[in-house]
Design a protein around this ligand. Structure first.
Ligand code: PMP
Length: 416
């Protein structure tokens, strides 16, 4: 198997240098050097992000948008500059199209409450896919319960790909929104979202894309996709937890009712009437996660500085190598063998529960995820309760894949 150095030269990422930027990677777990392959759950943070958040606390800590004093001005400038960084990263036209949220989950809930709810009624439909994360299922079920609308689901085939013909058939005059995951966290499938958006738009149906597993792995351009909404989470993109963003087309955001009420989302308040602030502040009630937003911008700057094409190429090579190596182990079955995959490798081993595999791998210093990955309908589709998921990031190496494979051989030995 190729060495780390060879990989780095081959794909253009200096992985050793990148690894040096991530303090958490340099530790031992159960006496073995950590191999962190749980990046789809959350990523480790580079020194630049840690330092940016620390700098905020040490120098600029103040509330935003309301102080006349210098620290508040500095905090406000940094917070709004972070919005611009996110706008640039996603290729949006206007930073007013970026709403800070707690993450993807809150972004989907915001669209459900503020955009779809006022437009939907009994008998209307919401169309999602069979490979959504629970965060792009449950908010729509809540909305259906409250309004009498119906949830429709695009099926997935045995390879873990969407059945596009069925998608086209399921779009109807009653469909009020399509919600689709860009890259599946449970299967690694990359969905043809651009085509899906074109098909929906041909019938004037807006589309929300869940980009939680796409933004960390490749360049995303919301204008090129022409999506109506795009959501992602900072912590899966080498940024802090508790922060993420929703991109929304300006024309939609301008029409949307507030998500929550409180400070910072108003122009004026009397007991008779409140006039809301313009978007995006209309959707950011209360003191925001200021240091999170600034840290997220630092993370995106860091990722961009590596070159997103090089990031995608490096991770594609890791995924391909890992897939081949894991499949060569007796009794392994891949869950999700789509032609286009990114980031994650999901599999089961005959007769061995994923949690047992996860525990043995942990004892070998290899961190993976075992479970349903908050995508229980995907597990139901494949007739299983859980998978083992190895997910890759910019700092992973071919040597680490070897450690994963060694660990899986150990699992085989233990279980005979
Ligand atoms: N969508 C996908 C595809 C995800 O992988 C996740 C996180 N596992 C989410 C949504 C939810 O993200 P968060 O918990 O950061 O809101």
């Amino acid at each position: 198997m190729a060495s780390t150095a060879a990989t780095a030269t081959h794909v253009g990422l200096d992985v050793e240098r990148i690894r040096a930027d991530f303090p958490a990677l340099h530790q031992e777990v159960h006496g073995r050097p950590l191999v962190y392959l749980d990046n789809a759950a959350t990523t480790q943070k580079p020194r630049r992000v840690i330092d940016t958040v620390t700098h905020f606390y040490e120098h600029d800590c103040a509330n935003v948008h309301r102080g006349v004093h210098l620290l508040s001005q500095r905090a406000t400038v940094a917070y709004e500059r972070a919005r611009t960084t996110i706008k640039d990263h996603l290729g949006a036209a206007d930073s007013r199209e970026i709403v800070f949220t707690r993450g993807t989950t809150e972004a989907v809930n915001l669209v459900a409450s503020s955009f779809v709810r006022p437009r939907i009624g009994p008998g209307d439909e919401i169309l999602i896919t069979g490979m959504e994360h629970h965060s792009n299922i449950v908010p729509w079920q809540l909305l259906c319960e409250a309004t009498g609308a119906h949830l429709k689901v695009v099926p997935i085939n045995d390879e873990g790909e969407l059945e596009l013909d069925r998608y086209a058939e399921l779009l109807s005059d009653r469909t009020k929104i399509v919600g689709v995951v860009h890259v599946s966290n449970a299967l690694g499938t990359v969905n043809p979202v651009k085509t899906m958006i074109e098909l929906a738009h041909a019938r004037s149906i807006p589309v929300l894309v869940d980009g939680a597993q796409a933004v960390p792995h490749a360049a995303v351009d919301v204008r090129e996709l022409d999506c109506d909404f795009y959501a992602f989470s900072g912590h899966k993109t080498y940024g802090p937890t508790g922060i993420g963003a929703l991109y929304g087309k300006r024309e939609h955001l301008l029409e949307m009712v507030p998500y929550q009420g409180g400070g910072d989302m108003i122009l004026s308040v009397t007991f008779d009437e409140t006039i809301y602030a313009e978007p995006p502040h209309r959707f950011e009630a209360g003191t925001p996660n200021i240091e999170g937003a600034i840290g997220l911008a630092a993370a995106l700057d860091y990722l961009s500085s590596l070159g997103l094409d090089a990031v995608a190429a490096h991770e594609a090579e890791l995924l391909e190598t890992a897939t081949e190596a894991v499949l060569a182990i007796p009794g392994v079955r891949l869950i999700g063998a789509a032609e286009h995959r990114a980031g994650a490798l999901s599999f089961v081993m005959d007769g061995i529960h994923p949690h047992d595999i996860g525990t043995i791998l942990d004892s070998e210093g290899v961190a993976i995820r075992a479970g349903h990955h908050c995508a229980q309908p995907v597990m139901q589709r494949f007739g299983i309760s859980a998978t083992v998921r190895a997910s890759f990031g910019i700092y992973n190496t071919m040597d680490e894949i070897e450690r994963l494979v060694e660990g899986l051989h150990k699992v085989r030995e233990v279980f005979g």
